[in-house]
Design a protein around this ligand. Structure first.
Ligand code: KMH
Ligand code: ZN
Length: 275
């Protein structure tokens, strides 16, 4: 039997707005409702950002606490909190969710390993900042998902491992298609997979119109996929997804078409070596 495919729902993000789609969840209740439907549709994990009540991106620990509690009341989906936040946030702002302990602690946290242009802005990740966030993730006993917007970010993970800041093999997420960064092409994905440290696992997050096509590319290659309104709001050309769950349902359908069952949270925990 083929390895189950871990489907992650990037539900909220920092950039998507309600003006672009009325289906973006903002409050803890809206996020939890959509997360439960994502789990039913085949997601094993949610990648989580939060918003203030008026929809502005935030990394506020209390907003994360409320969202995490609401999600866990409804479903057993794994929760991966962002440390990327929105461009322009300070490192302490970005690390808000890393202050949560006990039952509010997330299951995983992201770590972007380098700086990139991000549309017309810059997603600023100089080496000292990356090391600061890596240390905080490690101090919480969490495994990072290493967010790679370019191939050099995989190499940087090796340096972090040499410095004892991340463990290898690790779990990587290839985020492909943000304007100004590496764009998705099959040969790009093949090169990134070939560049991974031995035994590492990977997810691909295709941004915009590439999102669902890259579920197929990931499924064929034995990898995992991220979908959701953070990266793409359409389920087909010009048709808005009615929620994250609809994108997850489409991803699950595509995974099964390639002989891959969507992983359960328990299976994902083992596959991604989470505690
Ligand atoms: N919003 C982007 C600037 C992450 O979540 O770790 C960064 C981001 C990455 O979304
Ligand atoms: Zn994110």
């Amino acid at each position: 039997m083929s390895t189950p495919m871990v489907i992650t729902a990037a539900m909220v993000g920092a950039e998507t707005t309600r003006e672009q789609t009325p289906h973006l969840p903002i409050t803890a209740e809206e996020i939890a409702e959509d997360a439960a439907r994502c789990r039913e549709a085949g997601a094993a994990m949610v990648h989580l950002h939060v918003r203030t009540p008026d929809g502005k991106p935030s990394q506020d620990a209390e907003l994360f606490r409320a969202a995490i509690r609401a999600i866990r009341k409804r479903t057993d989906v794994l929760i991966q909190t962002s440390t990327g936040g929105a461009v322009g946030m300070t490192v302490d702002q970005r690390c808000g969710p890393l202050t949560l302990t006990g039952e509010d602690r997330p299951d995983m946290a992201t770590l972007t390993t380098g700086t990139v242009n991000f549309g017309e802005e810059v997603f600023w990740n100089p080496r000292p900042l990356v090391r600061d966030i890596a240390k905080r993730i490690r101090a919480m006993g969490l495994r990072p998902e290493l967010e790679c917007f370019d191939v050099g970010m995989i190499d940087e993970a090796r340096y972090l491992a040499k410095e004892g800041l991340v463990d290898l093999p690790a779990h990587f997420d290839f985020v492909l298609g943000v304007p100004g960064t590496l764009q998705p092409r099959p040969e790009v994905l093949d090169f990134m997979i070939a560049s991974l440290p031995e035994g590492s696992t990977w997810t691909v997050a295709g941004v915009g119109r590439h999102q669902l096509a890259y579920v197929d590319e990931a499924a064929k290659r034995g990898g995992n996929a991220r979908v959701g309104l953070e990266d793409n709001i359409y389920v087909s050309k010009g048709v808005l997804a009615k929620g994250n769950w609809e994108l997850v349902a489409e991803a699950a359908k595509r995974a099964r078409a390639h002989g891959r069952e969507p992983a359960t949270p328990e299976q994902a925990r083992k596959l991604l070596r989470l505690s």
